[in-house]
Design a binder for this molecule. Structure first.
Ligand code: ZN
Length: 280
């Protein structure tokens, strides 16, 4: 065998080796995308004091900050495993602050405890005009969702409106803001929005942990939830997934051709075929 042929055989061997490795990588990436689409990037516990590009020191950069009563929270940090959606069942006229009064109330009874009405707080208030109010940092466990598990494991959001009728859907401005917040939550917690799993209504959470039954949020977020599934991010993953599928198929075609060929003449022939077929 001539030196030139040896070089060619070595080259082809390295090439096929490289193709095999890159096919395996592409398959792994494809599996990661399927996993991410279903469960989020990873399931590790979040760090409470973590910054993203839009959540700085626990505060969403583009939200309106109205600080809540400091001691109306659990000492236990919020793990942000899902979002619990609520309905205010009422609204504030535009000249007011947009925060239901009981959240800012410090009324206490004779024993020094907050009254039932005042013993409530919330991380986010979603206004009909699309404004998002944030009252506590994202690691705070507010008194919103009926019990300790939900309050320490989920971000709570109250949507203005829903008095007449109770099922009043979110305005399109509020829906857009909700989707934007869900994206921030995904970025911060590395979880993924999955309807009825990581996006839950108060009603579902109450069933899950046997809290007092409620109709809240009266399906008001349904359209906004759907919008969370039709995002650019999903399109991006779909595109990447298809790209990887094509890459794997191409590499498999090359390997299928290569697997039968042992002798260098045939490998050279394969090289010509591959070039002709546009596979190299
Ligand atoms: Zn509720």
């Amino acid at each position: 065998m001539s030196t030139r042929c040896n070089y060619v055989v070595t080259f082809i061997k390295i090439l096929f080796n490289h193709i095999t490795v890159s096919a395996i990588h592409a398959m792994q990436d494809k599996k990661d995308i399927l996993f991410y689409k279903r469960y989020g990037k990873h399931q590790a516990k979040i760090q409470p004091c973590y910054n993203t590009s839009m959540i700085i020191d626990g505060w969403v950069d583009w939200a309106i900050r109205i600080d809540g009563v400091p001691d109306k929270v659990y000492t236990q940090k919020n793990t942000g495993e899902w979002i619990t959606c609520h309905s205010v069942v009422g609204e504030e006229s535009e000249f007011q602050d947009g925060v239901p009064n009981r959240f800012l109330s410090t009324d206490k009874d004779s024993s020094g405890r907050y009254t039932d009405s005042a013993a409530a707080s919330c991380m986010f208030i979603l206004r009909k005009n699309g404004d998002l109010i944030q009252m506590y940092p994202v690691w705070a466990s507010t008194w919103t969702s009926g019990g300790r598990e939900a309050n320490t494991r989920s971000w709570a959001i109250e949507a203005e409106g829903g008095l007449n009728p109770y099922t009043e859907p979110l305005t399109s401005a509020a829906s857009n803001t909700f989707v934007r917040l869900v994206r921030e939550w995904e970025d911060y917690t590395h979880n993924k929005a999955v309807l009825n799993e990581t996006l839950l209504q108060h009603r579902q959470v109450a069933q899950l942990f046997a809290y007092p039954a409620t109709a809240c949020a009266s399906d008001r977020y349904s359209e906004a939830w759907e919008m969370c599934l039709q995002s650019n991010e999903d399109d991006m993953y779909k595109e990447k997934y298809e790209e990887l599928t094509a890459a794997i198929e191409k590499r498999m075609a090359i390997l299928a051709l290569a697997s039968d060929l042992n002798r260098y003449e045939e490998m050279l022939k394969a090289y010509e075929i591959l070039k002709r077929e546009g596979l190299l």
